[in-house]
Write a protein that binds this ligand. Structure first.
Ligand SMILES: [Zn+2]
Length: 194
């Protein structure tokens, strides 16, 4: 089932998510619905707050980047399989130089800006079966993880912009929260005036 994606301005996007365990109600169904919702919106990641649940869960599917001709063969091969469910994830270490990438967000349609993040992260997480894993990832895979991880901390990529950039997009963000946009997927707007 495709779930409505919560738009910028909804307080749920500002909550720090709580950890979950395998008794969380209808978890497998929730994960399946989130996958469908992410693919329908052509997203490479979707975090639970974006469908209205302040819990520490997000999905990524970076496989669309595997077709990016600008990437090395090695990076493309890695991204082709970078499709995961992350439950109760942690960033254990962030290292390397900060690099810019033009980010967007399904909760903030039609806004894209360069965001600087560190190159490489070491992470710990549980998968959809609550098996524990650790991994070190870099480049675009790390980028997508960092963006989604911010969501479960109540942080949005627009928070990371310069004050000048923030002023420039302020009106656009207000319009999004009021539903004055035409997204290509189902959304829920906090300040919709009927
Ligand atoms: Zn996002």
């Amino acid at each position: 089932m495709i779930l409505p994606i919560v738009a910028y301005g909804d307080p749920v996007l500002r909550k720090v998510g709580i950890e979950i365990d395998k008794d969380y109600p209808n978890l497998q169904e929730l994960i399946a619905n989130m996958k469908e919702t992410m693919h329908n919106a052509h997203g490479v990641g979707l975090a639970a707050p974006q469908i209205g649940k302040a819990i520490r869960l997000f999905l990524v599917d970076a496989t669309p980047f595997a077709d990016d001709e600008d990437l090395s063969e090695k990076e493309r091969a890695f991204l082709k399989d970078f499709k995961h469910v992350f439950i109760n994830p942690k960033i254990l270490k962030e290292e390397g130089d900060e690099w810019p990438f033009n980010e967007g967000c399904l909760s903030i349609p039609d806004v894209r800006e360069d965001v600087f993040r560190q190159e490489q992260i070491t992470i710990a997480y549980q998968d959809e079966n609550f098996e524990k894993h650790t991994a070190t990832i870099n480049g675009l895979a790390a980028r997508v993880f960092q963006h989604e991880y911010d969501h479960i901390e109540g942080i949005l990529f627009t928070d990371k912009l310069s004050s000048l950039k923030k002023r420039l997009i302020k009106k656009k963000l207000e319009n999004i929260s009021k539903g004055k946009i035409n997204p290509e997927y189902r959304m829920r707007f906090p300040n919709l005036k009927k």
